[in-house]
Design a protein around this ligand. Structure first.
Ligand code: FES
Length: 126
């Protein structure tokens, strides 16, 4: 069964002013929401793919976000990594404003799938 993607209420628009950011918990995932100086909204998972640290608290400028830990830089509209520190992108979420409210789509995190090829149950380390 597939999960239906629908926007859900996140917060009032005035909660995130231009040039500011905030974190939220949605569907058991921590989400970082940033608003650019031009008023654009971006939403990404609050996890840096370089070393799985929190991304929030970094430097946000011109649609790009620099991780506070080692400085990896990402394009917020696509999640694309702009440095060699990470080959993986950020996970981006759909976000919009609707009548003074910010709405977002955050799918549930997929559980890791079993990858065959290991020792059968009962063998190997316990
Ligand atoms: S954890 Fe973000 S750059 Fe290393």
């Amino acid at each position: 069964m597939t999960e239906k993607s629908t926007y859900v209420f996140l917060c009032d628009s005035k909660k995130i002013e231009t040039g500011k950011e905030a974190t939220f918990e949605v569907n058991d995932r921590e989400v970082l929401v940033c608003r650019s100086d031009k008023g654009e909204l971006f939403a990404v998972e609050n996890r840096c793919p370089h070393a799985n640290e929190n991304l929030s608290g970094g430097r946000f400028r011109g649609g790009y976000y620099a991780c506070p830990h080692h400085g990896a830089r990402f394009e917020l509209s696509t999640g694309k990594s702009m440095t060699n520190l990470s080959t993986k992108p950020l996970i981006c979420f759909d976000i919009r404003e609707n009548g003074g409210k910010i709405e977002i789509i955050v799918p549930k995190k997929e559980k890791k799938k079993f990858v065959p090829g290991g020792a059968p149950p009962g063998f190997g380390p316990m």
